[in-house]
Design a protein around this ligand. Structure first.
Ligand SMILES: [Zn+2]
Length: 387
């Protein structure tokens, strides 16, 4: 049986699936598959290794090049410990606002697209719309790369629109994020004989100071460049948020580990920072091993989300500017899958309904006004692809 939903009803359906990233998103995907199926739209799963989560992509309209990919993630952040006034997994409408986890970030964009599938089919589009729904975006954009790899040879699109909440503003850039865990193995001796031991705490401290120094250099170097002024702050930041090590004040610490992240301007290469860090780490390691051959430093890359680069005359930006009429320059401070689509060869822009200020918070909401702006936008997109 063919199923029809308004955008609001579809949003309520999507929100009702508890797709916090630690859970499987398969029940939501099964619902979407069966809905698309009811309209004769075939979809493709690209699963994770153990089959507990999956991306889903589908093409609507003709088998032609030059269409548009609408990208949304299906997972949401947890609600644990947040003071919600309503059930987060039910959309509650109050005073023109739709409350629920994922209403802003970012089930509304996907819900609008899904609810408009019947209109897309009726519009006789000359170029297709592709839906790309990912998993595990909120825990480091882990799902999208395999889907993009699967799509890239088959789907030649002129634009990818990542529907993260931007209040329907055209966002053409954000920083990338590289997350690291560094583990220092020292050599334990009584601190009165410190010259015969290796303190993992001291070595880790030097590495943390390296972060700070690199950041200060960056500030000096890029603070006043025209391509960085929109970013806040206008330079690549390096920060250590957690550190743990040592057992007693009078023992040179055997272990010390810390987590840090590099938030890298899209005009810079995160791998160059990682390389510089490895070079310094190797220097320290050689010094440590002169005292204790077992001493070492290990670097684990926890995550690497590429930045979204401002494209020169990008087709996605042009298209979305024409539809929204927004010609201002915007960048955002949060990460998205946009850089991954760019790495896959797609011209990409971020533009979607809702305000990032409500994302991840208790009582997350999307205003009806933003929902309608999102519907308007996608309807105009359909019109363009039909003309
Ligand atoms: Zn999001």
């Amino acid at each position: 049986m063919t199923e029809y939903y308004s955008a609001k009803e579809m949003l309520a359906r999507l929100v009702s699936f508890d797709t916090v990233s630690r859970n499987s998103n398969i029940p939501l995907i099964e619902f979407v598959e069966s809905y698309l199926n009811s309209h004769g739209v075939r979809s493709h799963r690209v699963q994770n290794s153990d089959g507990t989560k999956t991306n889903l992509w589908a093409s609507i309209g003709p088998d032609a090049d030059g269409g548009v990919i609408l990208s949304g993630h299906t997972d949401v952040v947890p609600v644990d410990g947040q003071p919600w006034d309503t059930n987060p997994f039910e959309v509650i409408e109050k005073d023109g606002l739709l409350y629920g986890r994922g209403t802003a970030d970012m089930k509304a964009f996907s819900a609008i697209a899904l609810s408009l599938v019947p209109e897309m089919l009726k519009a006789k589009m000359k170029r297709p719309i592709h839906l790309a729904l990912s998993y595990d975006e909120e825990i480091g954009c882990l799902g999208a790369p395999s889907m993009i790899e699967d799509m890239a040879p088959k789907v030649k699109a002129e634009a990818v629109i990542v529907g993260e909440p931007t209040m329907m503003k055209v966002v053409s850039g954000h920083k990338g994020a590289l997350g690291l865990t560094t583990r220092v193995r020292g050599f334990e001796v009584h601190s009165s004989l410190v010259h015969t031991g290796v303190s993992a705490v001291h070595v880790a401290a030097k590495l943390v100071v390296w972060h700070e120094q690199k950041m200060l250099e960056n500030k000096e170097r890029t603070e006043n460049l025209p391509e960085t002024v929109l970013f806040n702050p206008p330079y690549t930041t390096l920060h250590c948020g957690v550190i743990e090590g040592g057992t007693a004040h009078n023992i040179t610490a055997k272990d010390c580990s810390f987590s840090s992240d590099f938030r890298v301007l899209p005009s810079e290469n995160p791998m160059e920072y990682l390389e510089a860090y490895r070079v310094y780490t190797a220097e320290l390691e050689a010094e440590m091993q002169r005292i204790a051959p077992s001493a070492k430093i290990e670097i684990e890359v926890r995550g690497n989300v590429p930045g979204c680069r401002r494209e020169v005359d990008g087709s996605a930006e042009r298209l979305v500017r024409q539809i929204t009429g927004d010609n201002a320059e915007h960048v955002v401070s949060y990460g998205t899958e946009a850089g991954q689509f760019q790495d896959g060869g797609y011209s990409t822009i971020v533009c979607g309904p809702g305000d990032i200020a409500q994302a991840h918070a208790a009582n997350e909401y999307l205003s009806i006004e933003q929902l309608n702006a999102g519907i308007d936008f996608q309807r105009r997109l359909i019109e363009r692809l039909a003309s």
